[in-house]
Design a protein around this ligand. Sequence first.
Ligand SMILES: [Zn+2]
Ligand SMILES: [Zn+2]
Length: 254
Amino acid sequence: MKIRLLMPAVDSASPLQFTVSMLIDDHIAIDTGGLPYLGSIAAQRQVEHVFLTHSHIDHVGGLPIFLDNIFQPGPQCPHLYAGEATWQALEQDLFNDRIWPDLNRIATDDLVFYRKHILDAHRPVPIGNYKLTPIPLEHLVPTLGYIIQTEQSSVLMAWDTAPFVEFESIATAIPNLKGIFLDASFPNQMQWLAERSRHNTPGQFQRMVAQIPSDVRLIAAHLKPAYHESIIEELKALNLPNLEIACRDKVYEF
Ligand SMILES: [Zn+2]
Ligand SMILES: [Zn+2]
């Protein structure tokens, strides 16, 4: 399984993660922050399955633009998966004709923009050779992380989240776990803000991965751009040999 973090920036050298999304083997996306900026319309049309973690703008902000980019009249459209609360936010707060056209109102039998799927936590979704299992995270709004599994490997992604009791048992029970993409949003000195906004600091990141075997790659993601350097310094000081920082140019192979 090949994973890319879609981290758009006008300056291509920028290491900052302004908005959030990942692409799995070119056809499954999780979140849409960078999805509408993927190189070509053809590449965007290859993405047939889009899973959302939650309703915050750095995760769903690219969705209307992505749907606009790939639109073609006819029944062809991507499958869109989200939890009930995220769907409510999309339908009431985003696709409401004010922020973006209400695509359900425009849609007809021959004109479909997306196919709606409502996710339940812990109920796996099979997609070809992949299985995606949503797990509830600890965030300001109902938020899902995902266990992504193939026959060869499993990967866990958990943004946006603060530490929560079940994380360790969920993560250590995943068979063949090769990597974890985990929230590291704020530096330790902003612990107060991490607590109020339900995100991680490097200190909390360390607690969350304490029982994870050292052969599992740990990829710190969702670093707030304004604090990028200090978060990296604090993450490096953890001396975790399996730690990596989210990188836009890397293809993560599992
Ligand atoms: Zn969020
Ligand atoms: Zn976020």
